[in-house]
Design a protein around this ligand. Structure first.
Ligand code: GAR
Length: 193
């Protein structure tokens, strides 16, 4: 049996974090067991902390407000990630702009973004995608690179916006995220064996 370790980074609600843990943590895929060895947050008040702990996953809090610069925060983050020697680092609603300290040290990281990239990069993507006159919307999983929301696209899916209310739209986006993110993680970990 092979063991593949992932570390999940999050900042807030943590519904993707919880979904990934529920679908993948301690689960076997062929001859490989996936283990979420740690979740890390920059936000001591994040709801995801309770969600991860409820599922038996250890959470490390690295409060970005305690650091004088993004670089100092990223140094601490990189240290905490490297301690785990993960096969994959999964960003799930991690709302920090990363510096080269992160991107040059952590090469195996992926992110999920609530839009069809390269459209609507950056903050408030879900709202901007909803308010645009585009007829479709969707989500993207991509590699983390030095430029925000610009790494290689690994997976995307979309749906017709029709006349969805904002609440319905948000729900559709999250449903798609919960469906595609765990699948991409499994694909990467099983292929990388
Ligand atoms: C998700 O919709 C994710 O795509 C988005 O934050 C939300 C986190 O929700 N990420 C970004 O916007 C990254 N730029 P969650 O905390 O409930 O998983």
């Amino acid at each position: 049996m092979f063991i593949k370790k992932i570390v999940i980074l999050f900042s807030g609600e943590g519904t993707n974090l919880e979904n990934i843990i529920k679908k993948l943590h301690n689960k076997e895929f062929n001859d490989t067991k996936i283990v979420v060895s740690k979740a890390i947050t920059n936000n001591p008040l994040a709801n995801g902390i309770k969600r991860a702990k409820r599922e038996g996953v250890e959470v490390e809090i690295i409060d970005h407000k305690k650091y004088t610069s993004r670089e100092e925060f990223d140094k601490e983050l990189v240290k905490a990630i490297k301690k785990e020697s993960p096969d994959l680092v999964v960003l799930a609603g991690f709302m920090r702009i990363l510096t080269p300290i992160f991107t040059e040290n952590i090469k195996n990281a992926i992110n999920i973004h609530p839009s069809i990239l390269p459209l609507f990069k950056g903050a408030n993507a879900l709202k901007r995608s909803f308010e645009s006159d585009m007829k479709v919307a969707g989500v993207t999983v991509h590699k983390v690179s030095s430029e925000l929301d610009s790494g290689e696209i690994l997976e995307q899916d979309c749906f017709k916006k029709d006349r969805l209310s904002f609440e319905e739209f948000e729900k559709r986006i999250h449903e798609l995220e919960y469906e595609i993110y765990p699948k991409v993680i499994v694909d990467i970990l099983i292929k990388k064996k």
